[in-house]
Write a protein that binds this ligand. Structure first.
Ligand code: FMN
Length: 164
């Protein structure tokens, strides 16, 4: 028998994650759709695949699962405001936003992000009330800095306590 929603939410609060913005659209022929996610992970080294999960209820759901390509930007600790902005609903959140445009695929990316990743949409798996979107990495750029993390409904930064 499945667990209660309350216990499931507590598991979610116990799981810390890095914060990213996923975005689609080329900024010319179509509007940009973007949302904040903590479900981004690297998936496969060869071929280079990454993935994230998106809820069916997201306004950007259709755009993401039908996309040919998408951009992922891993946010830096100083980019809390960007995370909050793209965790909101409404077209306004992208209307006046400033994006970098990927050199390989032309996807929208967050300026100064810790990593900017350009992906071809590779596979979509419907799973519960989310879809898992897998991307083949066609281009990427990384910068030095500290990641923005999310834990127990709060943003924070990384503090090392030992080597893995
Ligand atoms: C830190 C954080 C992480 C999130 N992670 C995800 C996620 O992995 N997948 C998801 O679908 N929504 C996630 N969300 C919620 C979406 O950002 C939020 O529902 C947003 O309003 C969706 O935008 P849209 O409706 O314009 O598509 C997260 C929100 C926050 C604040």
């Amino acid at each position: 028998m499945p667990i209660s929603g309350d216990i499931y939410r507590r598991i979610g609060r116990a799981a810390a994650g890095a914060v990213s913005v996923v975005a689609v659209g080329d900024g010319r022929s179509e509007a940009v759709m973007a949302l904040t996610v903590s479900s981004f992970v690297t998936l496969s080294f060869d071929p280079p695949l990454v993935m994230f999960a998106i809820q069916h209820a997201a306004d950007s759901f259709a755009s993401m699962v039908e996309s040919k390509a998408f951009g992922v930007s891993l946010l830096r600790a100083e980019q809390t405001g960007i995370a909050q902005r793209f965790a909101c609903k409404g077209r306004d959140k992208t209307a006046n936003a400033v994006f970098d445009w990927g050199e390989r695929l032309g996807v929208p990316l967050i300026p100064e992000a810790l990593a900017q990743i350009e992906c071809l949409t590779n596979q979509i798996f419907m799973s519960g009330d989310h879809a898992i979107v897998v991307g083949l990495v066609e281009g990427a750029r990384t910068r030095d800095g500290q990641p923005l993390l999310y834990y127990a409904r709060q943003y924070g930064s990384f503090s090392a306590i030992g080597r893995a």
